[in-house]
Ligand binder design. Structure first.
Ligand code: C2E
Ligand code: MG
Ligand code: MG
Ligand code: MG
Length: 283
């Protein structure tokens, strides 16, 4: 095949390569069109106080309009958006929508915080920090109402690099949550650096919550670590009352999961969880 030829040979006649390039282009085109046609949306999943059940905050989750009119995050879509190089554009759109929403709430006196997912590629983009600070400024939002959910990743395995990116954001008042905590590849090596990472909250991954209440030793260890580092904790993927009860008793303040609610469109979230007087909703 073409691979065996020299470096400057006509490699793009390799049909396999050609097909891949075409797939990439059409994927890229689909995503650009979706952005253009407003076929992306953020939906909100409530994050609740585990002892009172009150909704305290929300996570913004990306959804895309499907051919049948439903809204979903198709399996693997984020990965495909990353590999065709559009994660920075889509990620910026998500951040802008989230800031717009926070700004609308705050002008009504609603201080409910919002969590937004950032991909590692987006986080490492050279203009990410300035663009995000510009959004905060432009929409005049209270920075401590925006939580950035970052996942540990091979791509930011250099803790110094992660610190260099997260520090100015946190100094500006934004909050940082470590998403899918416990799932990362770095394992113990990462724990060593937890003390230096500018992080406010650990999100316990659903995989660990799934094992509760029977299989609790890992969750127990994560909770102890979070407490000793004085980090907040939120548990994700809570589906049963037994899980909620175990977590609340173990001192986990917040959680999210289908036991409480799935992600819903913004207008539905507002009707359900924000009261019309502009105060934070109670359920
Ligand atoms: P994540 O940030 O860990 O989000 C949690 C996922 O678990 C969400 O799936 C949510 O709908 C789902 N979930 C929440 N509670 C439960 C539960 O009780 N049971 C079950 N089975 N699932 C639950 P979703 O919306 O499909 O998102 C999947 C992942 O895609 C997210 O994981 C996040 O990593 C990524 N993602 C979503 N939106 C964005 C975005 O705007 N930007 C980036 N970069 N990534 C995003
Ligand atoms: Mg998340
Ligand atoms: Mg998560
Ligand atoms: Mg997860």
């Amino acid at each position: 095949t073409a691979r065996h030829k020299g470096k400057n040979q006509i490699e793009f006649f390799d049909p396999e390569q050609m097909e891949k390039a075409q797939q990439r282009l059409s994927e890229e085109n689909d995503i650009l069109m979706a952005l253009d046609r407003n076929d992306f949306a953020i939906w909100l999943q409530p994050q609740v106080d585990l002892s009172t059940g009150r909704v305290k905050s929300a996570e913004a989750l990306l959804r895309m309009r499907q051919a049948d009119g439903s809204w979903e995050l198709p399996e693997g879509l984020i990965d495909r958006i990353e590999s065709c190089g559009l994660i920075v554009a889509v990620g910026h759109w998500v951040l802008e929508e989230s800031c717009r929403l926070l700004s609308a709430w705050q002008s009504r006196g609603i201080m409910m915080p919002l969590s937004v997912n950032l991909s590692a590629l987006q986080l490492m983009h050279p203009t990410m920090v300035t663009e995000l600070l510009e959004l905060i400024h432009r929409f005049r939002i209270r920075p401590d109402t925006l939580f950035l959910e970052v996942t540990e990743s091979r791509r930011i395995d250099d803790p110094n690099e992660a610190v260099a990116i997260l520090r100015p954001l946190r100094n500006a008042g934004l909050r940082i949550a470590l998403d899918d905590f416990g799932m990362g590849y770095a394992g113990l090596r990462q724990l060593q650096h937890m003390k230096t990472l500018p992080v406010d909250v650990l999100k316990i991954d659903k995989t660990f919550v799934d094992g509760l209440p029977d299989d609790s030793s890992l969750v127990q260890a994560i909770i102890q670590m979070a407490h000793s580092l004085q980090l907040g904790i939120i548990a994700e993927g809570i589906e049963t009352e037994a899980q909620r009860e175990w977590l609340a008793t173990a001192g986990v303040e917040f959680g999210q999961g289908y036991l409480f609610a799935k992600a819903v469109p913004v207008d539905l979230f507002e009707r359900r969880y924000l009261d019309p007087d502009g105060h934070q909703g109670n359920d």
